[in-house]
Design a protein around this ligand. Structure first.
Ligand code: ZN
Length: 464
């Protein structure tokens, strides 16, 4: 390349050969006014500045600037040699003493208190009258730190039908004023300071009734009147309730539950000897269960009526003593319902839903059929074999050596020897402290409500 400046007469080719760093096609030259003696200061070649202190300073400044920026710039994904940001949060470790403890003012939300355990402090009592009606009473407190809560449950059940009796079933509602005045009397006798509250007594005060042994029990909860005596239990005597108590006929007989009881059961009647047995029961104040055959009922309907009037019970023992284990379900059903209907026609009420299978023979068909009909099965725990030993002394001995509290004794009122044996058996059992009750009464006391399809056996003497 030949470079000649006509104004200064300088041939610059010389310089280009010496420095030899001429790149590109653009060249600007700046020289001193004295021409060739001046050394060049700078070349501009294609935008490059070389051999200039300023140039190198600028380059240095740029390098430093890039280095500083690269240190402080956000670290990007994939930058070689830098941390890679992963989807999870970056882990930044800050020394504990660098920042004050992190404090977050949690909004105050009112949390419900966890339930505190309370304690149930209750008493349950079961009372029976004449077996047919069972009374249950539960009362007490659920004791808790927030205060005591009164707990009260009462129930009067007809064990024949399973029905729960209402106030109207128990009390003649037209005579309720008389009952309420008896209640006021009883409350006053129980707590003399209750007089100011007697005016408050109304039907609500009879909400918790139970049939007790000597009268109608009334439980008054602590909150019904402000005398602060807690629960109050008063008894309205049956004799004073008189005709206002609708179950009065049945409760003529009472069973003290603490005394041992046995049930005499007589099968296959009625017969002329049944009347003799009723004479003995009437004379000594005992009751029994008569398991009658349906076909015999119309021969002596008055015997059944008398048995009921004396507090005994009449239940079915099939129509004609057919072995139920040889019958199908329909035939068994017919035997049971036909006999029950015949009993009801005579005594004016349905017999209790329990029956004795002929020969005591049962199988699954018998159990299922009686259960479906709502009947229980009455078995026995003492069999003196009066049908075999037609001897009053043998019968007496066989009973007395085996009888125990809760026994159900199997007998047959079609044999004169059995009726004669009762002349000794009945007074002896009563003298020994046994209450002679019906099978339904004994079951109600010992087992509770009759359960369909269940066979009740009675208690055996452990010594034989
Ligand atoms: Zn029989």
């Amino acid at each position: 390349m030949k470079v000649f400046d006509e104004n200064t007469n300088v041939d610059y080719t010389f310089f280009s050969k010496i420095r030899g760093i001429l790149l590109g096609n653009s060249l600007a030259v700046s020289v001193g006014k004295d021409g060739s003696k001046k050394r060049f200061r700078r070349f501009f070649v294609g935008g490059f500045i070389v051999r200039s202190k300023v140039f190198w300073l600028v380059v240095l400044a740029l390098v430093v600037l890039i280095a500083v920026i690269s240190c402080h710039a956000p670290r990007g994904i994939g930058s070689a040699g830098l941390d890679i940001i992963t989807p999870s949060a970056p882990i930044i470790v800050i020394p504990d003493d660098e920042y004050p403890p992190y404090e977050y003012d949690e909004p105050e939300i009112e949390q419900p208190l966890p339930p505190e355990p309370g304690e149930l402090d209750i008493t349950t009592e079961t009372k029976f009258i004449a077996g047919r009606y069972a009374g249950f009473l539960t009362w007490g407190y659920f004791r808790h730190s927030t205060g005591d809560l009164a707990v009260i449950e009462s129930l009067v059940r007809d064990t024949y039908t399973g029905a729960e009796l209402t106030l109207a079933d128990i009390i003649e509602m037209e005579e309720i004023e008389k009952v309420l005045s008896l209640l006021a009397e009883a409350v006053l006798a129980h707590a003399t300071d209750s007089a100011p509250y007697l005016d408050l007594i109304d039907e609500d005060w009879l909400a918790h009734l139970v049939i007790d042994h000597d009268g109608l029990g009334v439980l008054l909860p602590p909150d019904i009147a402000p005398w602060e005596l807690g629960f109050m239990y008063v008894v309205l005597p049956y004799e004073e309730l008189d005709e206002t108590f609708k179950l009065g006929i049945e409760i003529g007989i009472r069973i003290p539950p603490h005394r041992p009881m046995v049930a005499l059961t007589f099968d296959d009647g009625p017969s002329p000897y049944t009347e003799k047995i009723l004479d003995i029961l009437e004379a000594h104040g005992g009751r029994a269960t008569f398991c009658v055959l349906g076909y015999r009922i119309q021969r002596q309907p008055e015997t059944l009526i008398r048995a009921i009037a004396l507090g005994s019970e009449v239940v079915g023992h099939s129509w004609d003593h057919a072995d139920f284990t040889r019958l199908g379900s329909n035939a068994i059903t017919n035997q049971i319902t036909r006999t029950s209907t015949a009993i009801e026609e005579v005594i004016g009420q349905s017999p209790p839903p329990i029956m004795r299978a002929p020969f005591g023979q049962i199988n699954n068909t018998v159990i299922n059929t009686t259960r479906d009909l709502g009947y229980s099965l009455l078995h026995w725990s003492v069999d003196p074999r009066d049908w075999e030993y037609r001897d009053p002394d043998s019968i007496y001995y066989n009973i007395m050596r085996r009888v125990t509290e809760g026994s159900i004794i199997l007998l047959h009122d079609i044999h004169p020897s059995t009726a004669e044996a009762m002349l000794r058996v009945i007074p002896r059992l009563i003298a020994d402290g046994f209450q002679l009750v019906t099978a339904s009464e004994l079951i109600a006391y010992h087992y509770g409500e009759l359960e369909p399809g269940v066979q009740y056996v009675g208690f055996r003497n452990a010594s034989w």
